[in-house]
Ligand binder design. Structure first.
Ligand SMILES: [Zn+2]
Length: 417
């Protein structure tokens, strides 16, 4: 500041001295050029020339800085373009182009934190896991990119089947609080896989509070937790309380209904068992419910069974499973007409191999028409199979439902299809 002031005083003094010196030496200047005539005094001409020279010097000195600023702006612009094109290449699954653009963006943009996600994802996409891991780890260090870094590390650990490491990353990402983006469901899944049911239940409560999972998903996952807790409870009264809560959390969930019914049956409360089965049948008609209902009275006659199934199906009468269950009960009771009606209704809705086998049985038992029976059986070999519990992850089927897939261990992987 003081140096600037001193410079200002000196320059002003010099200018004043120069002006005084020029004023003391008057003189005329006349310029003739191309028919033009310019009349002026020497001081004016000197001042005009000095001002022109000053402008020229400033332009020459400022030139490189101007060029540099322009170049820097162009580099930044090209860097951002490489960054956005690279992210587009990731989205379209082009690893080679993504890596090339990531390298370009890295070179052009000075701030590496901007290019971290692109370079890490490009490395991951092209299968360079150790490079991706290194870059995601760097992202974890900055609070602004920590969540994305942890998410990347979590995905890598899951891909490698490192459950312990995955659980740790999911915990840390969840603990950051901010954007949750699928982490709640992943953390729940990892905790359930590790058998940490109380922790998984706590995650659900927190997810509900944060709005990180849909209400329906929270209720279904809670039903899983309660069902699993009931399975390991020694006290039957406590166990039925837990399964009943599971059934109430997700009333369409068949395994919760059948387990609750079985426990009520064991406690000598068949009415309650029947009510639970009927509630779920109304929402989700399923053959396991028919089986659970029949298990409540194993000594019934075929005719009593027909009555039992009729009563259950009435709450939701038009499902193919309802018609199949009624046809089977009617066949066992030799009620041929009723059996035929329901088999034909089921045939219109869902012709499966199992259905053709029942039609063949009907032809054999009612009219002893072997030719007709063989015709149905021939159809059964090419017809689609009956629905079954199939894992959404490994696509293998299981004989009965369990919380984890018996083949690949996926939690809640088994669906009826
Ligand atoms: Zn599976």
């Amino acid at each position: 500041m003081i140096r600037r002031l001193a410079l200002f005083v000196i320059v002003t003094a010099l200018l004043v001295a120069a002006a005084v010196w020029l004023a003391d030496r008057p003189g005329q200047v006349v310029i003739h050029w191309q028919g033009w005539r310019l009349d002026t005094t020497v001081p004016v001409l000197v001042l005009a020339l000095a001002s022109l020279a000053l402008k020229l010097v400033r332009a020459i000195i400022g030139f490189p800085r101007h060029v540099l600023a322009n170049r820097q702006a162009r580099r930044t612009r090209d860097g951002y373009r490489a960054l956005s094109d690279g992210l587009a290449a990731i989205a379209s699954g082009d690893p080679r182009r993504a890596r090339k653009l990531a390298r370009r963006a890295d070179k052009l943009l000075e701030d590496r934190s901007l290019t971290g996600l692109l370079t890490a994802q490009a490395a991951e996409l092209s299968g360079d896991e150790s490079d991706a891991e290194r870059r995601f780890t760097t992202m974890v260090e900055r609070p602004e990119t920590a969540f994305l870094g942890l998410k990347g590390l979590l995905a890598l650990a899951q891909k490698r089947g490192e459950q312990g490491a995955a659980l740790d990353y999911a915990h840390r990402a969840w603990a950051l609080g901010g954007p949750t983006d699928g982490i709640a469901a992943t953390l729940f899944d990892l905790q359930a896989r590790a058998g940490q049911w109380p922790e998984a239940e706590a995650t659900l409560m927190e997810a509900k509070k944060r709005g990180a999972m849909s209400n329906g998903d929270v209720l279904h996952a809670r039903a899983l937790v309660l069902l699993e807790r009931s399975r390991v409870t020694a006290d039957p009264a406590e166990a039925v309380k837990l399964t009943l809560s599971a059934h109430k959390a997700d009333s369409g969930f068949v395994p919760a209904a059948t387990q609750t019914a079985a426990l009520f049956h064991r406690l000598g409360k068949p009415r309650k068992a029947e009510s639970v089965i009927a509630t779920t049948w109304r929402i989700n008609p399923h053959p396991d419910l028919v089986e659970a209902s029949m298990a409540l009275a194993p000594a019934e006659t075929p005719l009593q069974r027909v009555k039992r199934v009729e009563k259950l199906v009435r709450a939701n009468p038009d499902s193919p499973d309802g018609h199949m269950a009624l046809a089977e009960a009617a066949l066992a009771a030799k009620l041929w007409g009723q059996a035929r009606t329901h088999l034909q209704a089921a045939l219109a809705e869902r012709p499966t191999g199992g259905l053709y086998v029942l039609l063949a049985k009907l032809e054999r038992e009612e009219t002893q028409d072997e030719a007709a029976a063989q015709a149905w059986l021939a159809k059964s070999t090419t017809a689609p199979a009956e629905p079954a519990w199939v894992c959404t992850k490994c696509n293998k089927s299981a004989d009965s439902w369990s919380v984890t897939c018996p083949h690949c261990g996926t939690v809640d992987g088994l669906v009826w299809k």
